[in-house]
Design a protein around this ligand. Structure first.
Ligand code: DGP
Ligand code: NA
Ligand code: NA
Length: 209
């Protein structure tokens, strides 16, 4: 039987990597589980993405960057699909919605996407990747994000840009249009409290079985 594919999305420093790790451990109590983090900086394309994120003097056209992040997901496609088909429960730390939201937040790509009819161009390179059975977006205020440790080290970690990314995420992740999407408000909550809320959503959706 195919395993479940559960995605945790959120802004930088929203705690999604911590929560994705904890969810993977929780699922491991009853199943074989595996965590994939995107971007995966350990691959050939991931190394280029890492350079783009950490070296501000390294320039890439926004369209090229968009395609590279998608190509990075395709690098792991065969392995990920195999894991699911083997019955593994797969947790994703970022995926296709980060791909759309971070690009849509750039004025250059807003224009490109509207020319081609809404966000078609932005979605197209990810078409064919397995769709998550459940997506959780960890939501919190930009003010709280700014106070968190390690903020401001990489390319996208600017308050104004994160604001824009947040509104793009909320535009493309609409629980009223897609029942697999859930918004989780993590404002002021401890790691343990957020973990519990996430687990409740996973159980409610039947994705623990
Ligand atoms: P992380 O390792 O999760 O902190 O992600 C690194 C940065 O890359 C973060 O600012 C979010 C951004 N990012 C993640 N996925 C994508 C993507 O598919 N496209 C773009 N443009 N940015 C992404
Ligand atoms: Na980051
Ligand atoms: Na992270």
């Amino acid at each position: 039987m195919r395993g479940q594919l559960i995605l945790i999305e959120g802004l930088d420093r929203s705690g999604k990597s911590t929560q994705a790790g904890l969810l993977t451990e929780r699922l491991a109590q009853a199943h074989s589980s595996q965590l994939y983090k995107f971007p995966d900086r350990s691959t050939p394309i991931g190394a280029l993405i890492n350079k783009y994120l950490t070296d501000s003097s390294f320039q890439l056209d926004d369209h090229s960057a968009h395609l590279l992040f998608s190509a990075n997901r395709w690098e792991l496609y065969t392995e990920l699909l195999q894991a699911l088909n083997d019955g593994k429960f797969v947790v994703l730390d970022r995926y296709i919605y980060s791909g759309i939201a971070y690009s849509l937040a750039k004025s250059s790509l807003k224009h490109a996407s509207s020319e081609l009819g809404d966000v078609d161009w932005l979605y197209s390179p990810d078409k064919g990747l397995p769709k998550p059975d459940l997506t959780l977006f960890l939501s919190l205020s930009i003010e709280e994000l700014g106070k968190r440790k390690g903020w401001g080290q990489e390319r996208y970690e600017l308050e104004q840009f994160q604001k824009e990314v947040k509104s793009c995420f909320l535009r493309i992740l609409d629980p009223s249009k897609d029942s697999t999407v859930h918004l989780v408000n993590v404002e002021g909550k401890s790691i343990h409290e957020v973990q519990q809320v996430i687990w409740d959503v996973v159980v409610e959706a039947g994705c623990d079985k």
